[in-house]
Ligand binder design. Structure first.
Ligand SMILES: [Zn+2]
Length: 68
C-alpha cells in the first residue's frame, strides 16, 4: 500500500472545470491537498473546509474495507 494513498472525495465538484467526483485528496508533506484528476487543478485543503466530505468518505471506505 502506498503511503500517499489518494482518496476520491465523493460528491466534490472541481471549482475550475466543474466536474463532479474528480477530486482526490492526498497527503503531501503532511499537508492535505486536493487535486482534480481531470484538469489537474490543485489546492491546499483549508482546515475544516472539506473535512465533512472527507469524514463521510472515510466512513464509506470503512464500510467497504472493514479490515483497514
Ligand atoms: Zn477540474
Amino acid at each position: 500500500m502506498s503511503k500517499n494513498k489518494r482518496r476520491f472525495i465523493s460528491g466534490a465538484t472541481c471549482p475550475k472545470c466543474d466536474s463532479m467526483d474528480t477530486m482526490v485528496l492526498f497527503l503531501e508533506n503532511n499537508v492535505e491537498k486536493v487535486e482534480c484528476v481531470k484538469c489537474h487543478h490543485q489546492m491546499v485543503q483549508p482546515e475544516g473546509a472539506v473535512q465533512g466530505a472527507t469524514r463521510q468518505f472515510e466512513q464509506v471506505i470503512g464500510v467497504f474495507t472493514p479490515d483497514e
